[in-house]
Ligand binder design. Structure first.
Ligand code: AHM
Ligand code: MG
Length: 331
């Protein structure tokens, strides 16, 4: 196939073609993903014009997590809700920025899915033009499920049917899985479409890169410090942007391990289970990697007990996760 032919597969056509392979498929994913794609084009545009339109900086307000809300966090949250709110198969929208889910319609009225999202991850880096992104997860809602906070935390990973992120970096990259491998699309601004650049992305099994905020090392459990010492002695290099989407994207493409442990001042860790850890773990596993919350604990087997619960994360190349895990089991 020539390069031009390869580049002509849009995200929407790709998902439609994938769905067509399953007899009786309803087109649900293409319907939801096209709304996320629309929202991400709009958010990406805001991110790029932020300095010009003066929407950088914080709102002077904190979100439900007690963190400073950036103007763009609020805008991005509104954009996603506006783009997804009218899709007839979505029952609930669950945002990192909102205290409770936005319930749109019951299962009986067609609300078969909930979309969980971090509208603009890494937003504290916006003022310095570092890559930020939107992370999303699509979970199936069973019959009788209303989309309340209690419903959302009932074993969500087992109902997760798709996950992805959009990185607003030097290009806008849409990475998604519907449980059938990981596919990567890049926004072609000249035609306004995400076009397929890589089908069945696989994470390298190993690469000597760790990605962690090493400045907190004194506050990590011993096992992480022992791992870091071992990595220093074994020729590792370090890469840390401080924006999960960008750090996980690099890890997915180049291999290595992304780690955000618990610290003495944050005993649960920092990253949110539903909006950050759960979708990224599905992507990493679908690409052939591993994601754990502790030694011997697959992150996707953890059952959160509250909507905005946080969790320690070790994810990336399977061999690199194993190296970290070796030290954690000594704790
Ligand atoms: P946010 O959702 O408020 O943007 O916070 C999550 C971000 C992640 O993108 C990133 O991995 C982490 O916070 C960085 O935290 P730290 O600055 O403590 O290293
Ligand atoms: Mg965030």
């Amino acid at each position: 196939m020539s390069k031009i032919q390869q580049n002509l597969m849009s995200l929407q056509s790709y998902v439609l073609a994938e769905e067509r392979e399953y007899p009786g498929a309803t087109g649900d994913f293409s319907w939801i993903l096209s709304a996320i794609s629309l929202a991400s084009k709009s958010i990406g545009n805001k991110v790029r014009r932020a300095r010009i339109e003066d929407v950088l900086g914080d709102m002077g307000d904190t979100n439900v997590q007690g963190e400073q809300q950036q103007k763009l966090d609020v805008l991005s949250n509104e954009i996603i809700k506006a783009c997804l709110g009218s899709r007839a198969n979505i029952g609930a929208l669950v945002s990192e920025e909102d205290e409770t889910p936005t319930v749109l319609r019951s299962h009986k009225d067609g609300g078969r899915y909930a979309v969980l999202f971090d509208p603009l991850d890494g937003s504290s880096n916006l003022d310095v033009s570092v890559g930020v992104g939107t992370i999303f997860s699509i979970v199936r809602l069973g019959e009788g499920v209303k989309g309340t906070p209690e419903d959302m935390i009932l074993n969500p990973a087992s109902r997760q049917v798709a996950a992805g992120y959009v990185l607003y970096g030097s290009s806008s990259v849409f990475v998604v899985t519907t449980g059938n491998g990981v596919h990567m699309f890049v926004l072609d601004n000249s035609i306004g479409s995400f076009v397929l650049v890589k089908e069945n992305l696989r994470i390298p099994a190993t690469n000597k890169i760790y990605s962690i905020n090493e400045a907190y090392a004194d506050r990590f459990p011993d096992g992480y410090r022992d791992y870091l010492k071992w990595a220093h002695d074994n020729g590792y290099t370090s890469r840390y942007i401080g924006s999960m989407v960008a750090d996980v994207h690099r890890t997915l493409i180049k291999g290595g391990v992304f780690i955000y442990p618990q610290t003495t001042d944050r005993p649960e860790g920092k990253l949110r289970y539903l909006y950050e850890a759960m979708p990224m773990s599905m992507l990493i596993e679908q690409a052939g990697g591993r994601s754990i919350a502790a030694a011997g604990t697959r992150l996707l087997d953890v059952k959160p007990s509250s909507l905005h619960e946080r969790i320690p994360v070790v994810m990336g190349s399977s061999e690199e996760v194993q190296h970290v895990e070796r030290f954690l089991s000594k704790d």
